[in-house]
Design a protein around this ligand. Structure first.
Ligand code: GUN
Length: 282
């Protein structure tokens, strides 16, 4: 039976560290504010934004919430970002995705000062990741790397398979595993013989958004399985992209849903705010 990777407990530890670091920065007169921008009234996004607000409170990070109507124009949103870029009380800026369809998310992301881009989505930060330079890293893959580290799982020389190629998870995750000396395969919806590809993995990271897609037979005995999914099954029950009950007996370590990747993503945001504040204070 696999070790269950306790993302919830590790996230609590990271928040405690972020709280200490935020207090130390404040003592030096450095602000650690996070501006969270939500456009429209998508209920899932509202839930995420509330959770970020709570995390900030716990970590002693000031949060500035900007809730804008769904018909906010591109120019209005860009004007707000320009103001936040210039505001020294704001160390980090997060624009909750997805944006309403009439807004150009790429332009919005590119407008954020890369030093304040705590999502790590700005082309400058993704470019730094490609080049192996320090910078703000996307929270989900950064949280996964931290879980591997904490559980003594060294990607070096291992075969890692990333299922999913999004800019938020799949692509940056692949680059981080590569930087940690894994041999990486990026699989996706057009990959032929996906099951066989997954069975090659020593480390299997799944971010497809398809409930329980990865079955026990897809996993090499002893593999480490990381489940990025937050899905609902046919009964409306929260589950991941991995069939946990089938895969846990095969894997050596596995993340649960909930309680795995999700809390780590949120905790890494707090760490990124502290990182952003510290780097801007220099
Ligand atoms: N929507 C879903 N996940 C994320 C995230 O990590 N950051 C932002 N900004 N929006 C999201």
């Amino acid at each position: 039976m696999a070790t269950i990777i306790d993302g919830k407990a590790l996230a609590a530890k990271i928040r405690r560290q972020a709280k200490e670091e935020a207090a130390a920065l404040r003592a030096q007169g450095v602000e650690t504010g996070l501006a969270v921008v939500l456009v429209g009234d998508d209920p899932a996004s509202q839930t995420y934004v509330r959770a970020k607000h709570r995390d900030c409170e716990e970590c002693g990070i000031t949060s500035f919430d900007y809730t804008l109507p769904a018909d906010t124009s591109q120019d209005e949103l860009l004007a707000l970002i320009a103001r936040l870029n210039a505001d020294t009380a704001v160390a980090g800026i997060l624009v909750q995705m997805p944006l309403p369809a009439h807004l150009d998310a790429e332009r919005v992301i590119a407008a954020i000062d890369p030093a304040k881009d705590v999502d790590g989505f700005h082309p400058m930060n993704l470019g730094k990741l490609v080049r192996g330079l320090p910078g703000l890293r996307p929270c989900t893959p950064a949280g996964i790397m931290r879980m591997l580290e904490e559980y003594g799982i060294d990607p070096r020389g291992k075969r890692a398979v990333m299922v999913g190629r999004s800019s938020i998870v799949g692509k940056p995750m692949s680059l981080m595993l590569l930087a940690a000396d894994a041999t990486i395969t990026i699989a996706h919806s057009s990959t032929a013989e996906l099951e066989e590809a997954c069975r090659e993995a020593d480390i299997l990271v799944v971010a497809t958004g398809r409930a329980r897609m990865v079955r026990g037979s897809w996993v090499k005995p002893g593999a480490v399985v990381i489940d990025v999914g937050m899905d609902r099954d046919e009964n409306g029950k929260l589950c991941g992209d991995v069939a946990f009950d089938e895969v846990a007996p095969v894997a050596s370590a596995i993340t649960p849903v909930p309680g795995g990747v999700g809390p780590m993503t949120r905790a890494m945001l707090m760490e990124n705010v502290v990182f952003a504040a510290r780097s801007q204070a220099r």
